[in-house]
Design a protein around this ligand. Structure first.
Ligand code: GLN
Length: 203
């Protein structure tokens, strides 16, 4: 039997099916084969060669990840070098520190990225918007879809800033971990998912 790499999308809450779709299309485009699986419970993350944490509501997402024992599995995977992509709420979940709002609700974060985030950095002014972004890992601009989007306020020296908007970091990478404040799964452009697959397959 041929061993097929698994790529898991955390499917507890949020924009799950869009990421699964985008990953499947990106795999096809890259000409690589992998099984894209929805992660709803403990025990699947350790089998995955790549993990996506989608957007949604970070408080709920974090609470359930810790309650179900998936949080520890993601932390272990990150420490083993498994590529992880966090988008929107996923960017918050990956952070080491949150803003006052996160502290007030004693929301526990995964602490995988050396970042401090503002949960609703773009949320209050304009709930949803699109912006043409220059992202360091892409050779031309990318249309970012922002929905009650967070932002990275500050980060440690090990974090590579990939893009900024309004003085906030909206794309960053720390080794195997990539965090975006916007939703690449909601645009037709597959370049970010393809970049992520490049990390998964070392190509
Ligand atoms: N700002 C939201 C939060 O706090 C995230 C929004 C999103 O993922 N679209 O969780």
């Amino acid at each position: 039997m041929v061993f097929l790499m698994k790529i898991g999308v955390i499917a507890i809450q949020g924009a799950v099916s869009e990421h699964i779709d985008a990953l499947r299309r990106a795999l096809e485009k890259r000409g690589v084969d992998a099984e894209v699986v929805a992660i709803k419970h403990k025990g699947i993350v350790p089998e995955c060669g790549g993990i996506v944490i989608p957007g949604g509501e970070s408080t709920t997402l974090c609470r359930l990840l810790f309650r179900e024992g998936i949080a520890e599995e993601i932390k272990d995977a990150a420490a083993r070098g498994v590529p992880i992509l966090g988008t929107c709420a996923g960017l918050i979940v990956l952070a080491k520190e949150g803003d006052e709002q996160v502290e007030k609700t004693s929301q526990e974060l995964l602490g995988i990225m050396d970042t401090r985030v503002n949960r609703n950095a773009f949320g209050r002014q304009k709930d949803s918007f699109e912006s043409e972004l220059e992202i360091e890992i892409l050779d031309s601009s990318f249309t970012g879809v922002f929905i009650r989007a967070p932002g990275i306020v500050s980060c440690g020296p090990g974090v590579r800033v990939l893009s900024r908007l309004d003085n906030l970091i909206i794309a960053a990478e720390q080794g195997n971990v990539l965090a975006l404040a916007f939703h690449p799964e909601l645009s037709e452009d597959l370049r970010i998912h393809q970049y992520f697959l490049g990390k998964v397959f070392n190509c």
